[in-house]
Structure formats: C-alpha cells, structure tokens
Design a protein around this ligand. Structure first.
Ligand SMILES: Cc1ncc(COP(=O)(O)O)c(C=O)c1O
Length: 449
C-alpha cells in the first residue's frame, strides 16, 4: 500500500493547546505512548476497550478554578455555573461542585440527574426555551437555586406553578441583547432572530419584568444572556455588557428595579486545532471584570453578582477519545481512508456543524504526523470524523486519540446502528477510574416492551 506522506509533520508538542494539561509522551518498551494524568492511554484502551473517553481530572479542575478565582479575586460577588449539558455525568457534576461551582441544567432530566449525583437543587440554575409544567414543578418543588424565565408566556407558567407549591421562585430573566456573536450561525443565540429569551429591543424584556415584579411568587434576581458558543472575539461580550448596562439603567429609571445578578452565559472558545488561538480563561475573566467594573462606574450602578456558565471551555480540552484503527483504504490519486471503531455515534459534531478535530496515534505519540488521511467512523453514513487529518503513519490495530472531545460529544452520543455509548474513564496522578461504564445490549433491550 502506498501511504501519502503529506501530513503537516507536526508532533505532540505542536498540539499542547489542544491536549489536556497533563498530557505527555512516555516510553513503553520501544514505543512512545500518550500518557494523560500519568496513565498510559494505550493501557486504558486495552483495559476498557475502544471507543473510550479519557478525562484529565486535573485539567478540568484547573479550568473551573481559573473561572472561580478569575472572577472571585476581583469582584465582590461571583458565581461559576458549570453547563452540565457539555459533559453530563456524575463525575463532572461532582468535580464542579467540589470546585465551588453551581450547575446549569437545560432540562428536567438533567436536573434530576444532577440531583441524583448529589448536587443540591439550591445550587442549580435551570434554563430552557420551552420548559414543561412537569419540569417547572420538579424544579420548584426541589427548591431550585434559580429558574430562568425565557419568555413572557413562561412568566405566567412559572408564577402559577410557584403559587401552587407555595414557593417564591428566585428567577433570572433571559434577555437577547441583539448581539451577533462571531461564531458558527448554529451556535449564535443572542441575535434578534433567536428562539431563546426575550428581546430588549422589541420591549419583550420590559414587559416580562413588569409582570415578574407584580407577582408575589416570583423574585427577580437579575438577567441572563448567552450570546453563543466557541467565541474567540471577546469584544462580543463587551458589546453585550454595554447593551445590558444601558438596559439596566433604563429599568432602574422606569421601574425602580436594580438587578442584583447578571449571568453572562457561556461561550468562550477553545482550541480544537493547532491553529486555534483562543483567549485563556484567565484573560477572559480579567477582561470581564474590567468591563463590569468600568460599566458600573460609568452607569452609576451597584456592582451586581456576576455569574458565568462555561461548558465547552470548562471541559472541552480536558478529554480525548481513543479509538482502534480498522480498515485503511487507499484510493489511488484521491485519498486514504482510515476507519475507526467509533464515529458519529460518539461524536456527532463534525456531522452536525462541520466541527474540526486533531488526531494522533497514541502508540507512536513521539512520531511526526507525516501522513494525510480522511478519518472516518464505522457507522452507515458518510460519518467523517476528520476530513483532512495529519496523522502518523497508521496500521490496523493502532490506537488513535481524537483530541478535545470533552464538550458536547459524550452528552450528544447516541445509539445509531445500535452503537453502545462509550465509557468514560477519569485519570489523575497515575491512576484511572471508570466513571461511566459502556452501555450494553442488555441496557438497550431492557427498554423494549
Ligand atoms: C444559557 C447557556 N449557558 C451556557 C452555555 C454553555 O456554553 P458553552 O459550552 O459555549 O460555554 C450554553 C450553551 O449553549 C447556554 O445555552
């Protein structure tokens, strides 16, 4: 077989921004292996099978702590809410709580899951654009920390359910500052044309605030916005805050209400490829503090509690997915296909919105990525994982690590072609522990009636 030597010749060293922070290359007999958290990833592949997700606990903790301290050291009051949907499992919830974070949940099921992991509802924020009565009821009867009101229609729903539970709900109002974030259009969420939140410009936010303030069952704590995801241009956040502070000042003047909390959502981008240069969490939080403190002064407003809801930037780079190479097909003069034993069932993002990843051979980790290949999955769709991947020369049986798969991969995984959801292994200080086992055929058959 003639392998195409057209890769970018990069090595693991060129991928440091994409890899988890404890990743290193170690010698195992005469091979160089990728180690994470002091554990040989090839050993994990052997012990737990592939595909398998490996999460660097130190990396995840470091990112959450960077948010917590970045805001906490400069602002009077702040809150980090880990967006649970980014990587939904007990262990991510518990680590976030252990780092002093709250959780953001996007459904009643996520709420129930978080509570089953031992997270008190009082430290959970529940948002969503179409919450059912049952979901609102669960949230309020559990004494949820904050419930986000997404529309004028929802004010009435939450009001009447709160009344029936005899519970005054602490609410945030989701607003659309009308900012077009510099990111993929599928993940822009605060433009005027969006299903999320109330429009400031159209007066929906003002109308919703009037109704909330008139209710005995709702306690308006402040506002939430979220301008999109995988954002590199921090100016988008600055523009959103400027709109928010203008709005807050106007509401103070017209209704006498001053928001106690501003929740800026998530959205900070991460490095998926070696070319990506995202802002660090440290720089991001420092800039947010500058913006907020400056705007409080210029608008004569008290400093509100600032909340942030990181998902991707908390967990995205903390994990890699390991696969085993199967068929390698060289189509003369066209391309080389390298097929892995997973794909769209464990990572739908390339198919969903053309997400781009980096990969390398974990059992020849020190070698240069000399080969150019199209890395595909095994499922019955085109199922391209990486269209033009630089990778070391591969052979069937090699272990391939696809990097930065921590966010929106496990939580979006599915059973297409009856794929069993991948297991999740956490690594730390030379030890690994299975956090989620692989789904089994018995699990699936148990749902059939
Ligand atoms: C309201 C809200 N907050 C936070 C997040 C997390 O965003 P990210 O993963 O980009 O940090 C999302 C994701 O869409 C969201 O909708």
């Amino acid at each position: 077989m003639s392998i195409r030597f057209e890769g970018d010749h990069s090595t693991a060293m060129d991928l440091v921004r994409v890899l988890p922070r404890t990743a290193e290359v170690g010698c195992v007999f005469d091979e160089s292996h990728l180690f994470i958290g002091g554990v040989d990833t090839c050993r994990i592949a052997k012990e737990f099978g592939t595909p398998v997700m490996v999460v660097d606990e130190a990396d995840l903790r470091h990112r959450l702590a960077a948010y917590r301290d970045g805001l906490g050291n400069r602002l009077a009051r702040s809150r980090v809410c880990y967006a649970f949907k980014a990587f939904t499992c007990f262990e991510t919830a518990r680590i976030a709580a252990d780092e002093g974070c709250w959780l953001l949940v996007a459904s009643g099921e996520e709420l129930a899951y978080a509570m089953a992991a031992g997270i008190p509802a009082a430290k959970i924020v529940f948002h969503g654009c179409n919450k059912t009565d049952a979901e609102v009821s669960l949230a309020l009867s559990s004494h949820i920390g904050r419930i986000v009101v997404d529309s004028e229609q929802e004010v009435e729903k939450i009001d009447s359910i709160a009344k029936s539970h005899g519970f005054q709900a602490d609410v945030l109002l989701r607003v659309r500052p009308g900012i077009i974030a510099d990111t993929h259009e599928y993940i822009q969420t605060a433009a005027e044309d969006s299903k999320f939140g109330t429009s400031i410009a159209e007066g929906e936010s003002l109308a919703a605030i009037r109704t909330i303030l008139a209710s005995d069952n709702l306690n308006l704590k402040g506002y939430q916005f979220h301008i999109g995801s995988q954002i590199f241009n921090i100016e988008c956040f600055e523009r959103a805050f400027e709109v928010m502070f203008e709005f807050m000042q106007e509401i103070k003047q017209t209704l006498g209400f001053e928001a106690d909390e501003i929740d800026l959502g998530g959205g900070l981008g991460i490095a998926y490829t070696k070319a990506d240069r995202p802002t660090s969490i440290e720089d991001f939080t420092s800039k947010i503090c500058d913006i907020v403190l400056g705007l409080c002064e210029s608008h004569g407003l008290d400093e509100p509690l600032i909340a942030v809801e990181p998902g991707r930037s908390a967990v995205g780079n903390s994990a890699v997915t390991l696969y085993t190479v199967g068929t390698i097909k060289e189509i003369d003069g066209i391309r080389t296909y390298v097929a892995l034993d997973g794909g769209m069932a464990d990572n739908i993002r390339p198919g969903l919105y053309g997400a781009v990843y980096e990969a390398f051979v974990a059992n020849r980790a020190a070698n240069q990525r000399d080969m150019l290949a199209t890395i595909v999955g095994r499922y019955c769709e085109s199922d391209v994982i990486i269209e033009s991947a630089s990778i070391q020369e591969v052979q069937p049986g090699d272990i391939v690590a696809v990097l930065a798969t921590g966010a929106y991969c496990f939580s979006m995984s599915m059973n297409y072609n009856m794929a069993m959801r991948q297991p999740v292994v956490f690594v730390k200080d030379g030890k690994c522990r299975l956090a989620v086992r692989r789904q089994t055929l018995e699990d699936m058959i148990a749902c059939e009636v």
